[in-house]
Design a protein around this ligand. Structure first.
Ligand code: MG
Ligand code: ZN
Length: 363
């Protein structure tokens, strides 16, 4: 009799545990606390660039797994059409600034970025980009300079920042400089492990990492291989060691350049490469429910329009209205903890406010 009663208790408690687990999965009211945030920026990625990638990929993208979608207004402080410096600064630092400015307001004062908020709160931080890390978008998350053109000064800001890791190109701004300093030595002195190839990047799984895999920019896809998704995987692998959590910015940098060139095939190649990087982030968020993934753009590039296509063959027909950026709102996709906060239409600067709120950090 005692044995029967005991097994009944065991069965009941197993049932209760299972019930509460499935309750958490479906219940929107039990949102897990945000501990890790991965902000992914497809530079120049509007809805048409996304749908071109989806069409070429015969009707599917990993991005489609996202749970909530919003739109952000991208104009800058001094222009109806933003550049990537002001667009990146808006997302990273939550202020509208003048085109060309990196991490500073319209008066030139430095404004704290999401990575700096995260580091101050004891989290690990990182940047991964398929361009030079000193280029406008990644620079906006780390540096504070009046002009995007000041890439040597931006490199020095990386060295002096509290960032845990960065992976991209731009090595020459660290070791072939007008002041003759070798900042790779300075990085090592500050505890960074310097890796100059993707293979060496992957070997670094703890501590600080400076991955500088190209003098200037990594090659376009497919020449650069799986650099972006594999770097995102390496970055998460290192950053997840931090029990307090992490904040990582990932840029699909060359979608923008393909669209400036009005090159449809290159646009699709860069879009699908970025989508594979998105899958890596989603896979991590599936393992760690305290993770939020945001996928957005700084602006649209090229005024791309899809004028025809075939989902069964992957054929894409497109025209471009511009060789530059356009003013249109860009989508904001959200996946994981707190994703619902990103539904709606809002300013690009609101993205930082929402992330800070979800982390529970004071502005
Ligand atoms: Mg960029
Ligand atoms: Zn551009």
């Amino acid at each position: 009799m005692k044995r029967i009663r005991l097994s009944l208790i065991v069965v009941l408690s197993v049932f209760c545990v299972q019930w509460s687990v499935s309750g958490n999965k479906t219940g929107q009211e039990t949102t897990p606390q945000v501990k890790n945030v991965i902000v992914m920026i497809g530079d120049g990625m509007g809805v048409n660039q996304i749908y071109a990638g989806l069409t070429a990929n015969r009707g599917v993208l990993h991005l489609e797994q996202c749970q909530f979608v919003g739109f952000s207004k991208t104009y800058s402080a001094n222009s109806y059409i933003t550049d990537s410096a002001a667009g990146g600064t808006a997302i990273a630092c939550g202020v509208k600034t003048d085109n060309g400015a990196i991490g500073v307001d319209t008066d030139g004062n430095p404004v704290k970025s999401i990575l700096e908020y995260a580091a101050e709160n004891g989290l690990s931080t990182g940047v991964v980009a398929s361009c030079a890390v000193t280029h406008a978008t990644p620079a906006s998350f780390v540096a504070h300079q009046p002009s995007r053109k000041m890439e040597e000064e931006i490199a020095a800001d990386f060295v002096n920042s509290g960032i845990t890791l960065f992976i991209g190109g731009g090595k020459k701004y660290f070791d072939v400089r007008s002041d003759n300093q070798n900042l790779l030595d300075t990085l090592k002195a500050k505890g960074f492990q310097v890796a100059l190839t993707l293979d060496d990047v992957k070997k670094v799984t703890t501590g600080r990492l400076a991955g500088l895999v190209a003098d200037e920019h990594p090659a376009p896809y497919p020449e650069r291989g799986e650099f972006l998704p594999e770097s995102v995987e390496a970055a998460i692998n290192l950053l997840k060691n931090d029990d307090k959590g992490f904040c990582l910015m990932v840029e699909g940098s060359q979608i923008d350049w393909a669209c400036h060139a009005n090159e449809k095939e290159a646009t699709v190649n860069e879009m699908l490469d970025f989508d594979r990087a998105i899958k890596v982030a989603f896979d991590y968020a599936d393992q760690d429910p305290n993770t939020l993934v945001i996928i957005t753009a700084d602006h649209e590039t090229g005024g791309m329009a899809l004028t025809g296509g075939d989902l069964s063959t992957g054929k894409v027909e497109a025209v471009y209205a511009s060789k530059g950026h356009t003013s249109v709102m860009v989508p904001v996709f959200a996946y994981g903890a707190g994703a619902i906060e990103f539904a709606g239409i809002y300013q690009n600067t609101d993205i930082l406010t929402k992330i800070l709120k979800l982390y529970g950090f004071a502005k």
